[in-house]
Design a protein around this ligand. Structure first.
Ligand code: F3S
Length: 286
């Protein structure tokens, strides 16, 4: 096998917010002997292990961070009480809240200040959605879908903001259901397009590939979804976490291989897969 064509999806892997958070985390470990990360930074075992080696530990509660040391807010953001507690306890905060997430927090707070009934379209237990509500002074309600409107008391003036990873179809359904029931509806479409762009670009590559390699945690929801989308686009698809899982026989009869990666997959993992495929194609691998 010598003429293997490898096509990588440009938008694959880390989104802007995760890349930025990881860079801030690495810089923080260079400046501080110990840095506490408030919740796991990303769902990738290799990256978490690397950060631990650099002196970062994960904690769920800022109350556990020793006074005078450093703590990092991840891309999902955190509520205002975390900032307050950090001040009170003299904990130095490194704020890696994604700027797009910050925009949602500000939109929710702005709507509350204008006396709207605020709905946050998002996952009830997700830290990003919870932090948005906290920034709205707990005056906002998380709603997962339009179905939940039934039985809810809806006022005259309603505003919607969205957790950044929401699907547009979910927002459209909520707006369509709500509109006939209110006098005024204001919508901040705060959905981040990083996910849909990655999916769209992956479909483009999958439709021209004989084999699609999707890289990311086996338990990662967004990576599994990506693999499913590639299968639906007609490509034989293999979901792997690291290059070690690649099998030489997968390449039998294959001319074009596409590579894409979930949102928590570092560029080094993508590069390692690419290199291993080239090695296999040139016969350098069993
Ligand atoms: Fe990533 Fe920020 Fe969008 S963390 S998915 S770029 S909201």
């Amino acid at each position: 096998m010598t003429s293997l064509r490898i096509v990588s999806v440009d938008e694959a892997g880390f989104c802007f917010g995760v890349r930025r958070a990881l860079q801030l985390a690495r810089e923080a470990t260079e400046r501080h002997a110990e840095v506490a990360c408030l919740g796991p930074l990303i769902h990738n075992r290799q990256v978490v292990a690397e950060l631990e080696e650099r002196g970062m530990r994960v904690t769920d509660d800022i109350a556990d961070v020793p006074p005078g040391s450093a703590a990092l807010i991840r891309a999902h953001g955190a509520g205002p009480q975390v900032y307050e507690q950090a001040r009170e306890r003299s904990v130095q905060l490194i704020d890696a809240t994604c700027p797009f997430v910050r925009r949602v927090q500000q939109a929710a707070a702005g709507y509350v200040a204008q006396d709207y009934q605020v709905l946050v379209l998002g996952e009830r237990d997700h830290p990003e959605a919870r932090a948005i509500v906290a920034h709205a002074g707990d005056q906002a309600t998380i709603i997962e879908s339009a179905d939940e409107l039934e039985g809810m008391t809806i006022g005259d003036r309603v505003a919607i903001v969205c957790q950044t990873t929401q699907r547009l179809a979910n927002l459209e359904e909520l707006v369509a259901t709500l509109l006939p029931r209110v006098r005024e509806l204001s919508v901040a479409n705060t959905i981040c397009d990083a996910t849909s762009k990655r999916q769209h670009a992956s479909v483009g590559v999958a439709s021209q590939a004989d084999l699609m390699i999707v890289i990311g945690g086996h338990h990662s929801a967004n990576t599994n979804r990506l693999a499913q989308i590639c299968r639906e686009a007609g490509a034989r698809t293999e979901h792997i976490e690291t290059a070690d899982e690649l099998r030489r026989e997968w390449l039998d009869g294959v001319h074009t291989v596409g590579i894409t990666a979930g949102a928590s997959t570092p560029p080094e993992a993508v590069e390692a897969v690419r290199a291993r495929l080239l090695e296999m194609a040139s016969g350098g691998e069993r």
